[in-house]
Design a protein around this ligand. Sequence first.
Ligand SMILES: *[C@@H]1O[C@H](CO)[C@@H](O)[C@H](O)[C@H]1NC(C)=O
Ligand SMILES: *[C@@H]1O[C@H](CO)[C@@H](O)[C@H](O)[C@H]1NC(C)=O
Ligand SMILES: *[C@@H]1O[C@H](CO)[C@@H](O)[C@H](O)[C@H]1NC(C)=O
Ligand SMILES: *[C@@H]1O[C@H](CO)[C@@H](O)[C@H](O)[C@H]1NC(C)=O
Ligand SMILES: *[C@@H]1O[C@H](CO)[C@@H](O)[C@H](O)[C@H]1NC(C)=O
Ligand SMILES: *[C@@H]1O[C@H](CO)[C@@H](O)[C@H](O)[C@H]1NC(C)=O
Ligand SMILES: *[C@@H]1O[C@H](CO)[C@@H](O)[C@H](O)[C@H]1NC(C)=O
Ligand SMILES: *[C@@H]1O[C@H](CO)[C@@H](O)[C@H](O)[C@H]1NC(C)=O
Length: 431
Amino acid sequence: MDPPRLRFRPPFFSGCLLLLPLLLNGLVVFQTYAVDLEVKDDANMSCLFAKWMVKFSISYEGTDESKTSTFMLPEDLSYIGTSCGNATSGPVLSIEFGDGNSWSISFTKTKETYQGAITFVYNTGDLMFFPDAKRKERITVMANFPANPVPLNTAFSCDTEDTVKSGDVTQTFQSVTLQAFLQDGRLSSQKTLCDNDATASTVPAASKSIPLAATTGTSESNATEAPSSPTIQPEEKPASGSYTVKSGPVTCILANMGLQLNVTQQTPMISNFNPNNTVASGNCGKTTAVLRLSDGNTKVDFLFAVKNSTSSEKFYLKGVDITVADSPNATISASNHTLNNWETTMGNSYLCRKEESILVSPGYKINIFDLKIQPFEVEEGQFSAAGECLQDDDTVLIPIVVGAALAGLVVIIVTTYLIGRRKTYAGYQTL
Ligand SMILES: *[C@@H]1O[C@H](CO)[C@@H](O)[C@H](O)[C@H]1NC(C)=O
Ligand SMILES: *[C@@H]1O[C@H](CO)[C@@H](O)[C@H](O)[C@H]1NC(C)=O
Ligand SMILES: *[C@@H]1O[C@H](CO)[C@@H](O)[C@H](O)[C@H]1NC(C)=O
Ligand SMILES: *[C@@H]1O[C@H](CO)[C@@H](O)[C@H](O)[C@H]1NC(C)=O
Ligand SMILES: *[C@@H]1O[C@H](CO)[C@@H](O)[C@H](O)[C@H]1NC(C)=O
Ligand SMILES: *[C@@H]1O[C@H](CO)[C@@H](O)[C@H](O)[C@H]1NC(C)=O
Ligand SMILES: *[C@@H]1O[C@H](CO)[C@@H](O)[C@H](O)[C@H]1NC(C)=O
Ligand SMILES: *[C@@H]1O[C@H](CO)[C@@H](O)[C@H](O)[C@H]1NC(C)=O
């Protein structure tokens, strides 16, 4: 009967709510808060693991015309009613937000599967989400999620968008990891992918992965497509993308970069982030900030922190997390939170035109190209003056140093010559 314990996942997902602006269709930028929590029972055993972003799109009647309200879960919500259930009912995740809106998902299981049922009650009288609504009423919609029952003791995973339609409501889920009825309180390493992800992973990764070593013998003999890339492809430079993270309406992180992953495990893999598919998200703070770039199954988190140096406050890249959901049952990841890169005075942006390779952990590197980044104190959505990286300075510095050395040499030679000449001259005079 005790209230359930909710454990909010540290450190990147500190708090259950992440500020996550999304770039959809390359155009619409809106903000989202992600759900990320583990529900524990009285015995401190986890029964439910839930992590996702969800966007609501709801049609309603305005005073003159029909309207659509599109929003994510707000920051301010409560989890009252969330529980691990009891002998007769399964776990429930229940969220209340705004003026009389509630969203809950309750899980049931059979011998082999589990599934969630969503009950969403929205109040068109909530001016925040339904401005100008003709009728003010509470409407309830129900839907199953995931659409198909999930095998027990597997985690349901869906990186791509998964849409659930019901009445006037469309719920678009993304980056879902979900498991109810956890065995031993642990998230299973066995995954059940949503249909979209499953098809995506069987389609040959088009531009993303460039095999480094010649892959041998695994290709199907009767492939119909022409052998388009018979030779090892050159390592292409990744295209540069521009990314922003917003906090409410305010841009708080700006980044331009080309990003490449170099994972050297059993098989070396170089993969380029395609800016056209890459979604930027993250969260902003006064002393820490996170930029997450996700391209399909591959995610890189950049963690920034502020430190006091002798004279001024500086920010720097403190950590990088890499996650690659490689195949249905293999997720590889690497993380390093003791980096010390990109140090720049607060209030400035950091600029580095040269390629930079950051070793995250043995076998995991990220290569950064054409970097310009500002994780703190962004004003009016614009980059501030840039502090440049050492490499960039080097390009200027080296010629200067060489030039100075040469000039020095000339001076020395001339002086030696002159002194020598004078000595010789003096020598003649004494004669
Ligand atoms: C529950 O588990 C957490 C860590 O898993 C531990 O820190 C905490 O003390 C436990 N609480 C109880 C009541 O057992
Ligand atoms: C189990 O939980 C449900 C919903 O919370 C409740 O209606 C029911 O009475 C509970 N059953 C028992 C045996 O506690
Ligand atoms: C190869 O061709 C055979 C016979 O046409 C077919 O049964 C099989 O599915 C094909 N394999 C692949 C990988 O396309
Ligand atoms: C990838 O990493 C391997 C091992 O550290 C290194 O030999 C190779 O040059 C790297 N390639 C690129 C493109 O960074
Ligand atoms: C991204 O999209 C643009 C416009 O559709 C296209 O020109 C460009 O080649 C794409 N970039 C990549 C890396 O696919
Ligand atoms: C830096 O120093 C100032 C004043 O000494 C202090 O107020 C601030 O909290 C410090 N910041 C950090 C990140 O330590
Ligand atoms: C994935 O899991 C299935 C079933 O457990 C297994 O047969 C398969 O070999 C695994 N694949 C990889 C790449 O580990
Ligand atoms: C993290 O990065 C630092 C700096 O590059 C390095 O010294 C350290 O070994 C790395 N840690 C791990 C676990 O690889």
